[in-house]
Design a protein around this ligand. Sequence first.
Ligand SMILES: Nc1ncnc2c1ncn2[C@@H]1O[C@H](COP(=O)(O)OP(=O)(O)OP(=O)(O)O)[C@@H](O)[C@H]1O
Ligand SMILES: [Mg+2]
Length: 861
Amino acid sequence: MSENLTPLLKQYYQIKNRFPDKILFFRMGDFYEMFGQDAERAAPVLGIALTSRTHGKSEKVPLAGVPYHQAEKYLAKLLDAGFKVVICEQTEDPKKAKGLVRREAIEIVTPGTSLYERAEKGTTNFLAGVVFNKEKVGFARLDLSTGEFLIGEAEETGWSETFLSLEPTEVVFPQSQKETIAHFPELSAGRTLSPVEDWKFDFGWAEKNLSEKLGTLNLSGFGVEGKKLAISAAGGVLSYLSENQIQRLEHLRLIRPLADADETTLDFSTLLHLEIFRTPSGDKTNTLFVHLDRTATPQGSRRLGRWLRIPLTNPGKINERLNRVELLVTDHFLRKKLHSLLSEVFDLEKLAAKLGMGKAGPRDLAAIKNSLAILPEIAALLKESGPPLSELLNHFPDLSALFKLFDQALKDAPPLVANQGGIIKSGYSAELDQLHAGISDAKKWIATLQAAERQRTGIPSLKVGYNKVFGYYIEVTTPHKDKVPSDYIRKQTLVNAERFITEELKEKEELILTAEEKIFALEEQLFRELEEKCRPFIPQLLETAEGTALLDAAVALAAVAVDERYIRPEVVAEGETLIEESRHPVLEKVLPKGNLVPNDVSFAPERPIAILTGPNMAGKSTYLRQAGVLFLLAQIGSFVPAKKAKIRVADKIYTRVGASDDILRHRSTFLVEMSEVANILNNATSNSLILLDEIGRGTSTYDGLSIAYSLVEYLAAFPNGAPRTLFATHYHELVELERKLPSVTNLQVEVKEFEHQLIFLHKIIPGGCDRSFGIEVAKLAGVPMKLVERARELLKELESERITLNVPAEQASAPDLSGVKLFFEKVLKLEPDRLTPLEALFLINELKKESQNLTREFGWK
Ligand SMILES: Nc1ncnc2c1ncn2[C@@H]1O[C@H](COP(=O)(O)OP(=O)(O)OP(=O)(O)O)[C@@H](O)[C@H]1O
Ligand SMILES: [Mg+2]
């Protein structure tokens, strides 16, 4: 640094140098200023002007600033862009400062640790930790706003599928594993990576630290025993928090395995391809979540999101949820009443978290109070309604004591900050009331002063006034100057008046001023005490948050069921799955009314694998998504869009789509496709639901076809029975598998061809389709007629050379040798002496072609 720096910049760099990788918000008056590189990096992200200023003799320094009262908005933008921000405040009153105001870094905010609202509504910040050992990966994800840790362990292949489904905003990992992390480029897409020292992931330290924070002796009560690596990851997350000056975590309450025994998780690809939270193209509006989210509270909305991410697998538990939804479907009054009451409940989870982190302000406490005011009415409704809704009552502990405390202490609409008064009600603190009384006496005295002085001096126009610069004064117009008594002290001369004070007025004024200052200080102190008194209630507040979340989510699902005419599915553990006339819930809303063609989705236990063929644009992918979404809806305890539904639960739903551009995760497409397939084959069971859309597409036709073919064979050979599988494909060769494998059946999408015109019926019917109609679709799209005709010609030629595939011996009937026989017969019939050289040449060519076909047919190549 140059010695020419002004004292201000010197102070700036002293602080800035401690945080080279973060943006420093440097408070100067009403602005947070950024200098130098920080300003250059932040200005374009924030859309604010980048200027520069000369400081002393130094060179020009780039500068950009944001007004402090809008800091949250700008902060959110920086965090969304992946930056970390240090907030540096003025820590002494500028009026009292001698020279430069003292400044200190008081808060570090990173994308995963921030409680600030994200720019995108409804998104939560999650902080995750990851650590590898030789065999596996441990990971943990903390939701700071609810104080809940989810942890898990996985094999190195496919682990990122599970991990990314947790939507971490920021990922902490041991410094020395930077290279391992770099093998998973999908991790860094849109996320902040934060390496920390290795020792912070030490297991012993993690266990101790976690138990301490959770207030337990050890972690044995949480069902996470044996998950050493995952616990280490959680420890890493905690250390990172304290590194960022977040040590108070009194709301941390739970560490639990990613999915309980009765739950399953949807992996990243499945979430994406079923279009649950976003579509593969990144759209976040036409998603299942948005369609379902008719919740009234943020905690309810988050809960619904969690259900979609982690559905249930236990029919008993699913039916518990369905019972509640059903009751709310039938009782319109109750549903609407509960929804409107819930709309007045605030984000209790986040409020409890703020309390737990010591960051609650007066308005936060008021929000808690207002929520508490509503709860008894909700609880009464639940009680009155009886089971199944009254089962939720154990999430509604009695918080009347806390409400009473707030009611006595807090004013109705307190300000945002704690140091400017206006928080505490009268009657709560005698000392405070006295100060207020002092002020009001003084003010009363001043109010009567004008009349009294007019009488005493005989000046009828004498006025008592107040202004910010001079305080209270007595004003006398110039003509009456002579009547001014001797105890008046002159303060200010105006054009045609003079202003005075008296000793007594001055005293009263000072009394008012000091009392106000004292009030501010006292109210802040009382507020802090109040906050302290609330803290023991954090567990009950979180319990209540849970109760309102569960109720809100059920009310929302019931509202969807009523509005969209869904029915209650029968959910079972065994047997067939039969869903009649089902609709895709989101497509139904997007298409013009009446355009959607309902379809059955069924899986017979003896033929659980269906090969789905049909032209482009017929509705294959839609049908697959629809099947997945129906299972998911049923397994979160929702009604489903169908006429009738019996669903055997799936222990896991896998959805894979043949390689398309994988922009979101920056990976080679075919490699992605195959690693996803590998992941399924390694983890799926006979109880899984597998939706495969054009798997094999990402490579050459024959490679792809062979992979697809053997994939179906592999699934059919699962020892405990084939998993329920829908395989949409353009490889019509797969259709023959129905004949060869007992567990396979064919489905097709019905189309009509009318004078070379295609009519899409979108109806799924039994049978295989032997054509793609790709050329017809190309024609529909407006490709020139000449090209279409040439394509038809080529297709005919290619089809005449079509190959068939070999099927393994144990499943095939005796190999069909008729082709070989014909071949030999042809050779035997030859009379070489009678051939012209030209004929011989033709024949050899023909025989070569035939033997090529035969060798291929028998796989001798
Ligand atoms: N059941 C249905 N009712 C009405 N319209 C439908 C239905 N299913 C699909 N569609 C419409 O058909 C369009 C094409 O569907 P989809 O993408 O599923 O076809 P596809 O068979 O997978 O085609 P491709 O082979 O090109 O991948 C959808 O965008 C949708 O608008
Ligand atoms: Mg498709």
